[in-house]
Design a protein around this ligand. Structure first.
Ligand code: ADP
Length: 461
């Protein structure tokens, strides 16, 4: 296995190498081709100008050649690398560079051939014949010998070499720069990934306090780091919740178990007579403990697993109606009046869970409203949410206790709720389920006037 940094760096270098090689290859080829074409063109115009200038040295009136000028032209061409042989109309030699300047010609041919071979260019001296004419009449001919298809002077070579050097410098610099940039980029990407992996390992080992403060500006890396931090947060919260739950449960079980224990002990030892009332009280306590276990299971389900919700659009009004139908018996028993009003609002919910929420609120309203009281349920269509309000004119809750009623095992009035069989878990479940839906639950209450619980749930789109 290779590290992310090594893999990224290698891929980057490979891409840059291929790009730079292709670029240089094409550039060298292109320069070579263009330069050859240019030089061949130059060669042609040079021979053309030699022929033209020679033609001008013929005097048509006298039919004579200006030998001095032909000589001067021959020497000039020789210095440029062209060996010429000029004939008159009759084919007699007027001037022959090889004859007149044999040594210089040989030297020239040897030096051009050597120079071209040194630079790896192929070619050889070639002779091309041209007719010299005046007004369409042949006045002579010239044979021009030069290194073909073209040859380069030292200056030409100097120019083309500096062009190649420049290209090589550009290639090497871009290679080095991209290499540096690639390594830096690879490090910037791989560092947070490696650190996140390290943190994940530590989280797996149970260290939930650890967090990663990364300054990455890459969206995906930022998301990765945030996810890991959230994971640590969630696990941390879960761990604390578990501890808290265990402590709460132990605390809640201790008192009723101790009471039951001492009562039963007293009856066994004959200190207390086992009257039906005392046995009923013990039985009620056991029932309350049983209910607490059931509620705990429900709470555990609501709080753990981050609530796997099976959400779908549902009519909140219809749902409230159907839940209230189940309370018909209790309402009649306590002679409570129930009003349901409001409008149909489609909300995005897990129907079974929200059914539980409404049921909890209804059951509290029934429990904490004295006989002959009144309960009202209203469903409101708000801008982005559906609101469900459960209102009663029951005993109400003291302002100082309101902030705590959604906490586990919290009972506003212990003595009275003991009588109603409350465990203080119902509202904790309500809050947990509603929060998991992205909603909220609110309470307003006044002692002896009544309570009003408002559940806000997101609308279905
Ligand atoms: P419980 O099982 O005790 O009803 P809950 O979590 O449902 O537990 O409620 C917590 C406490 O909030 C209750 O013990 C009660 O004191 C108070 N409470 C809840 N609903 C009402 C209400 N409608 N009227 C008055 N008090 C309420």
């Amino acid at each position: 296995m290779r590290s992310l940094k090594a893999q990224l760096s290698l891929s980057f270098i490979a891409v840059v190498l291929i790009t730079v090689s292709l670029f240089s290859l094409f550039s060298f080829r292109l320069i070579d081709r263009q330069f050859s074409a240019y030089m061949e063109n130059q060669q042609r115009s040079k021979t053309g100008s030699i022929v033209d200038n020679l033609g001008l040295q013929y005097d048509a009136a006298t039919g004579e050649w200006n030998i001095d000028s032909v000589y001067a032209l021959g020497m000039l061409s020789l210095s440029d690398g062209y060996i010429i042989k000029v004939y008159d109309a009759a084919g007699e030699i007027l001037w022959d560079a090889e004859n007149h300047e044999m040594e210089q010609c040989e030297h020239l041919m040897a030096s051009i051939t050597r120079r071209m071979e040194e630079h790896g260019a192929s070619g050889d001296f070639i002779v091309r014949d041209f007719l010299l004419t005046r007004d369409g009449k042949k006045i002579g001919s010239v044979g021009i010998s030069y290194f073909g298809p073209y040859f380069l002077s030292e200056n030409d070579f100097g120019f083309i070499n500096s062009l190649y050097y420049l290209l090589i410098i550009v290639c090497v610099t871009s290679l080095l720069l991209s290499f540096g940039a690639g390594v830096m980029l690879a490090r910037r990407i791989s560092r947070p990934v490696a650190k996140t992996a390290d943190i994940a390992t530590q989280i797996a080992a149970g260290n939930y306090d650890i967090r990663f403060e990364s300054e990455t500006k890459t969206t995906e890396l930022y998301n990765l780091v945030s996810s890991i931090n959230h994971l640590a947060d969630a696990l941390d919260a879960q761990k604390k919740l578990q501890r808290q739950l265990t402590a709460d449960v132990a605390h809640e079980l201790r008192t009723p178990l101790a009471t039951l224990g001492t009562h039963l002990e007293a009856m066994i030892e004959g200190v207390w007579e086992a009257t039906p009332e005392r046995l009923v009280s013990c039985h009620e306590e056991i029932q309350r403990l049983g209910k607490m276990v059931v509620d705990l299971e429900r709470l555990e389900r609501a709080e753990s697993d981050n609530l796997q919700l099976d959400k779908a659009p549902a009519d909140l009004f219809a749902l409230a109606h159907s839940v209230c139908d189940n309370f018909a018996g209790e309402l009649t028993n306590k002679n409570l009046r129930l009003d349901i009003e409001g409008e149909h609002v489609n909300v995005m919910i897990d129907k079974d869970r929200i059914r539980g929420v409404i049921s909890n609120l209804m059951s509290n309203a029934v429990k904490y409203t004295p006989e002959g009281g009144r309960i009202k349920i209203s469903v409101e269509n708000a801008e982005n949410a559906g609101n469900l309000v459960v209102e009663d004119n029951g005993e109400g809750i003291e302002a100082s206790k309101l902030p705590f009623i959604f906490e586990r095992f919290y009972r506003a009035d212990t003595s009275r709720s003991r009588g109603t069989g409350g465990t203080g878990i119902g509202l904790a479940i309500v809050k947990s389920v509603v929060s998991a839906h992205g909603g909220s639950v609110d309470v307003q209450s006044k002692p002896d006037e009544g309570s009003r619980f408002t559940v806000t749930l997101p609308k279905a789109l």
